[in-house]
Design a protein around this ligand. Structure first.
Ligand code: ATP
Length: 232
């Protein structure tokens, strides 16, 4: 469904991605794990065309999108929840969710009902301003907003960052549920333990290069992964 072949990305003279190849197949949860600065966010954003790949090929649903405009890419069934859950603080939950796409009234009502069923907390806070909510609630809102576009591929950049363990479990439960509904998910995480438990397959990125690729289950017991990412 999504394929990266030998993708390089530069920030000026800095080469942040050094020939990355990976793929995400329909219906899978694929996770990308790696330390701070390894290139995880750069990889996600390169898929969206900002920054643009300086070499290599990105294919989405059979189309080469390597040189496509970001605004166009984002209208092809791909939704990204960026790191740091950027919600519109001054807007209510309802207004934030309504920003998730363009739709007619029937589609809007259906999708809203689905999101509120997944996140009952958002229904409780429907008229509350997003900026006054907890970090976990804002993360739910950021994911909910992405789901309003009913994406075929949901890309999540570190959804558990800075959240309490109980809330992290809730977020991972939701991701699980979305997969059961048939959604394809690409999950970037520093929380390697939970991400690998959830994922069908995983990739490990170090210093802009993929150094390991395997099933989530195999990576969880991999000696190098245990030492580097799972605390021994
Ligand atoms: P984190 O978990 O801290 O977000 P990451 O794995 O997502 O880390 P990236 O943010 O992709 O890593 O960064 C990869 C490399 O690219 C780092 O060396 C970083 O300093 C560099 N980098 C990222 N963004 C920029 C930028 N806008 N300009 C210059 N260098 C950048």
């Amino acid at each position: 469904m999504l394929t990266l072949e030998n993708v390089h990305t530069h920030y000026g003279p800095i080469e942040a991605l050094k020939g990355v190849s990976l793929n995400v197949q329909q219906g899978e949860i694929v996770t990308l794990i790696g330390a701070n600065g390894a290139g995880k966010s750069t990889l996600l954003m390169t898929v969206c065309g900002d920054p643009r790949a300086s070499a290599g090929t990105i294919t989405w649903k059979g189309n080469d999108i390597t040189k496509e405009e970001t605004s166009k890419i984002m209208r092809t069934g791909l939704a990204v929840v960026p790191e740091g859950r950027r919600v519109f603080s001054a807007m209510t939950v309802e207004e934030n969710l309504s920003m998730g796409g363009f739709f007619n009234k029937t589609t809007y009502d259906q999708r809203m009902a689905h999101v509120l069923e997944l996140f009952p907390r958002l229904e409780e806070r429907f008229k509350q301003r997003a900026g006054t909510m907890s970090g976990g609630e804002q993360q739910m809102l950021a994911i909910g907003r992405a789901l309003m576009s009913e994406p075929e591929l949901l890309i999540l950049d570190e959804p558990s960052l800075g959240l309490a363990p109980l809330i992290i479990n809730q977020i991972f439960d939701i991701i699980h549920k979305l997969r059961d509904e048939g959604m394809t998910i690409f999950l970037v995480e520093q929380n390697a333990n939970q991400a690998l438990r959830l994922a069908d397959r995983g990739y490990v990125i170090e210093n802009g290069k993929i150094v390991l690729e395997d099933t989530g289950a195999n990576l969880l017991v991999n000696e190098d992964v245990r030492k580097a990412y799972l605390g021994g």
